[in-house]
Write a protein that binds this ligand. Structure first.
Ligand code: PLP
Length: 391
């Protein structure tokens, strides 16, 4: 029996069944992990015309097709390419849609390695890179020039969690003939469907929630019908295909992403609210909190919040943050997020030019994992006690 998933199925049904049909491979529930470079053709005519579905490993396999199809369904996209890291998922569409002499607008609160890519590689290839305020909204119109081809958004902001007015930005960009890209890693398609808000190209570090176990690096880029061909051509030109085991692991991760995110959200809301009441905490930067300055936009556009946010500690100097971090036992100190385990890092905003914020103390970013909330609170309480002593 072929799977019959209704068009209007809910997101968890899509996550459970999207991407592949078991009947294509003898009924096995999961698709095969195809390790491939060479694909054979049955005869010379097919070989010369390349007139068969698969032609070479870098162009796609049943494994990459299964993940891409699952993501297309979630995002409502015309096509998705899968690349070896989240950073490559940012770099690829920028290379696909920008040429020498073009101007690109990038949100100042962007993921730092994206900024590094733009300032080094894009600048070297003759692209004019300009940063804008995450709160700019419709005001982006005043920064758009005749040669502006791309507006890159990331919402909420890396580390400081400002929420961008994506509908206002896409309206202004489209009116001026520019396309809008969104790094949607924080929300995933579950909590924000960018294409429904006018975004043309959706970027995910699948390393985070889709993989979910801190053991895989992968990126995905999805596009609307108008943008798909150009994106796919750039993907083919660069040969940036991902390894089949990693692709499979992310498809496996997607099956449970809905329940994991629900748990991340519940625990994070509880911990963020609790932190707001604690001694030694100046502010909590989490858009799902009523106290967040952009809560209204978040509530209007997002259907949920994931497990990553920042706290501003009271006190001056990095020694306060170091004391906090060193007293944590369950929270690991390390980069990345989206896995099952809680993490903490010290945030630096020194590379920003606009969205520097005006925080009165050290900024610490927390990823709330799937552990028991009581244990995580006790761990954070130990950190706050140590920070108070260090103040
Ligand atoms: C982690 C991250 C990336 C990069 O993902 P990698 O797989 O680590 O390269 C890109 N954008 C955002 C917002 C991220 O958090």
């Amino acid at each position: 029996m072929a799977k019959r998933i209704p068009e209007d199925a809910g997101m968890n049904t899509r996550l459970a069944h999207g991407g592949n049909d078991p009947l294509d491979y003898f009924g096995f529930v999961n698709p095969p992990v195809v390790h491939a470079s060479t694909v054979l053709f049955p005869n010379a005519a097919t070989l010369s015309a390349r007139s068969q579905k698969y032609t070479y490993g870098t162009h796609g396999t049943p494994t990459t097709d299964a993940l891409a199809a699952a993501i297309n369904e979630m995002e409502g996209a015309a096509g998705t390419v899968i690349v070896p890291s989240g950073l490559m998922a940012v770099a690829l569409p920028l290379m696909a849609f920008l040429s020498a002499g073009d101007h690109v607008l990038i949100v100042d609160s962007v993921y730092f390695p994206t900024r590094n890519f733009a300032d080094s590689m894009l600048a070297r290839f003759g692209i004019d890179v300009e940063y804008y305020d995450p709160h700019i909204g419709a005001g982006i119109a005043s920064l758009i020039r005749p040669n502006t081809k791309v507006v890159l958004t990331e919402s909420p902001a890396s580390n400081t969690f400002e929420v961008q007015d994506i509908p206002a930005i896409t309206r202004a960009a489209h009116a001026a003939g520019a396309i809008v890209m969104l790094d949607n890693t924080w929300a995933t398609a579950l909590y924000f469907r960018g294409i429904d808000y006018g975004v043309d190209v959706i970027i995910h570090a699948a390393t985070k929630y889709p993989a979910g176990h801190s053991d895989v690096l992968l990126g995905t880029v999805s596009a609307t019908k108008q943008c798909w061909e150009k994106l796919q051509k750039a993907f083919t030109a660069l040969g940036c295909s991902a390894g089949p085991d990693d692709v499979y692991q992310v498809l496996r991760g997607l099956r449970t992403m809905g329940v994991r995110l629900q748990r991340h959200q519940e625990s994070t809301l509880e911990i963020a609210r609790w932190l707001e009441q604690q001694d030694g905490v100046a502010r909590v930067l989490y858009p799902a909190l009523e106290s967040h300055p952009d809560h209204r936009i978040w509530k209007r556009d997002f259907s949920g919040a994931s497990g990553l946010f920042s706290v501003v500690l009271k006190g001056n100097g990095p020694h306060v943050a170091h004391a906090f971090l060193d007293a944590l036992g369950i929270f690991g100190l390390g980069y990345s997020w989206g896995g099952y385990e809680s993490l903490a890092v010290l945030v630096s905003l020194r590379d920003r030019t606009i969205a520097k914020g005006n925080y009165d103390g050290p900024l610490v970013r927390l990823q709330i994992g799937l552990e028991d909330v009581t244990d995580l609170k006790a761990d954070l309480a130990r950190g706050l006690a140590a920070a108070r002593v260090a103040t």
